[in-house]
Design a protein around this ligand. Structure first.
Ligand code: PLP
Length: 469
């Protein structure tokens, strides 16, 4: 889409009087949300002021003021006499998003990070026993320990993506892998297709690498629309890269089916867009098994990690790429990373070797926790809309109104740490969303929902106006 008609824009805007703001502010806020959640793609020409005013039943001065605000805040660019185009403000970042200390007495549902699987301590102890065979050497393994690269390659091959050890590089977790992949395969200033919503730290990594984001709206209720939008964006904008999470997407939990994977791969190939496929959650299928790895259908980089299936504290992840991309990945990796730690890599080998035996119990625990959280929410917050994801670690709740930030503040004051919906987008969209991980024990989840009930009541009793651009 390179332009949008006044009628289509007015339909997207809906009723602006609902916001309780002056109309020009409500119009600017709504446009910002539409850009942030991808329903208005970046680089689209907005209708002329007079036409939008007529179609939306607004005065011309209301539209002029709103366009002026959007332009001043970087949400549009304008060329004198030529029109107004949607844009994303440079550097719209909210600072690093890292877990708080684990032991500060606060219930933490801000991060979807499970406790260590029972096998982790034993794998580390066994790794220490094996260490003497490595100690006579220098201890550095810039691409990863050969036996770990071989295990990771085998796992890919078992899942339908034939891989040799030379195609795998060990990283310090998946986020490191995403950063390395974006840096290695894309140039500063290149365009990167991302979902809206998506994993926030990947957005920050992309910004750090100097990429321009092209958000595409992903609504868990209408995944087909997402696929169509992705195809359109790939055709019309030909972004150099795409950051994709096809397996239990964070935060929506969506699993792309086989037909969708084939369509997506075709569209990526046609556009010459390199996918960076984040498979961090791929082993956490609770009611469904992921289909063919996207990397088997289209060349690109696949990123994985032990953080969610075993433990984030291991800091072991990987990138897997076609042989032509491996040298640039290795160069990007090794500029700031001499090696991953030996003990953790040895432990990772053992954990991967035993994965088929150990993962069913982890999935079973997550299933039970997911059911507790779903049941508590249904009983105590019945006006929230919550779907059951087929896998992954989180629920992506739809709140009855735009109150996520307020709710998170109220919960924080009551000892429950959460992260508000907008953190998962490129702008300020998703104020009506809240991500809730089911990584805690049933007892933790029940306490969390009790606090949520109070926080929600407080947030709705004293609604705060949505921030104006
Ligand atoms: C989609 C996705 N990618 C990457 C990460 C980060 O993983 P790691 O701890 O391995 O860096 C997460 C963690 O939540 C995630 O959900």
């Amino acid at each position: 889409m390179d332009r949008i008609s006044a009628r289509a824009t007015a339909a997207l805007l809906g009723d602006l009087t609902e916001d309780g703001q002056p109309l020009h502010a409500a119009l600017a806020t709504r446009v910002r949300h539409l850009i942030g959640d991808g329903r208005l793609p970046v680089g689209v020409r907005l209708p002329p002021e007079r036409e939008l005013a007529a179609a939306a039943g607004l005065s011309r001065s209301t539209v002029t003021t709103a366009y002026g605000r959007l332009r001043a805040a970087g949400w549009t660019t304008a060329r004198q006499g030529a029109g107004t185009w949607t844009a994303l403000p440079a550097g719209a970042r909210s600072g690093p998003w890292v877990p708080a200390p684990a032991d500060d007495g606060v219930l933490d549902l801000a991060h979807a990070a499970p406790r260590a699987a029972p096998q982790v301590a034993a794998a580390l102890a066994a790794a220490v026993d094996q260490l003497p065979r490595l100690l006579p050497g220098h201890g550095y393994s810039p691409a990863g320990l050969p036996e770990l690269r071989a295990r990771i390659a085998d796992r890919f091959t078992e899942r339908g993506l034939p891989t040799t050890p030379e195609q795998v590089l060990v990283t310090a977790g998946a986020l490191h892998g995403v950063h390395v992949a974006l840096q290695a395969v894309l140039r500063r200033g290149a365009r990167l297709l991302v979902d809206a919503p998506t994993y926030p730290n990947a957005l920050d990594a992309a910004r750090a690498v100097g990429l321009r984001l092209l958000p595409v709206a992903l609504d868990s209720a209408r995944p087909q629309d997402w696929l169509e939008r992705v195809e359109r964006t790939l055709t019309e904008a030909s972004p150099s890269g795409a950051y994709l999470v096809p397996d239990f997407h964070n935060p929506t939990g969506l699993l792309l089916d086989d037909a969708g994977r084939a369509r997506l791969a075709r569209a990526l190939r046609r556009a010459g867009t390199v996918p960076v496929v984040d498979e961090t959650l791929v082993e956490l299928g609770l009611d469904a098994v992921p289909g063919t790895p996207l990397g088997a259908l289209v060349d690109g980089v696949t990123v994985g990690s032990l953080s969610k299936a075993f433990w984030g504290g291991l800091r072991i992840g990987w990138v897997r790429a076609d042989p032509t991309l491996v040298p640039s990945l290795a160069a990007a990796l090794q500029t700031a990373h001499m090696s991953s730690p030996a003990v953790e890599q040895l432990a990772a080998c053992a954990l991967l070797e035993g994965a088929e035996a150990s993962l069913p119990a982890s999935r079973q625990r997550l299933r039970a926790q997911r059911e507790v959280l779903l049941a508590e929410l249904a009983a105590q917050l019945p006006d929230w809309q919550v779907d059951r994801p087929a896998g992954g670690l989180v629920l992506w709740c739809r709140l009855p109104s735009a109150r996520s930030t307020r709710l998170v503040q109220e919960a924080g004051q009551r000892g429950l740490r959460l992260v508000a919906g907008p953190r998962f987008g490129t702008g300020h969209a998703f104020e009506d969303r809240l991500r809730l991980p089911y990584t805690g024990s049933p007892e933790v989840l029940r306490r969390a929902v009790r606090i949520l009930v109070e926080a929600d009541a407080a947030a709705t009793a004293r609604p705060r106006r949505a921030a104006v651009v």
